[in-house]
Design a protein. Structure first.
Length: 75
């Protein structure tokens, strides 16, 4: 597997900006960084909560039922 195939498979690219690492150092770097990236991506899961509709956001609560024992005087 070439470097470009590995990057395409994981979706991860690493650019070396300074220094001249040898092949063993690059392999170690790619192994550590890609493992950290995949474990972080696997742990970054959002809890799925049901979305409230616009109706449920704008509605007011239901009023309590009428208390019939009070009659018309205190209703």
């Amino acid at each position: 597997m070439t470097e470009h195939e590995a990057a395409a498979e994981t979706g991860l690219t690493i650019d070396i900006l300074r220094g001249t690492p040898n092949d063993a150092e690059l392999a170690a770097l790619m192994a550590v960084v890609s493992e950290a990236y995949t474990s972080e991506a696997a742990a970054a899961v959002v809890e799925v909560e049901p979305a409230r509709s616009a109706w449920s956001l704008s509605q007011r609560g239901l009023r309590e039922p009428l208390r019939r024992e009070w009659g018309w005087a205190r209703g």
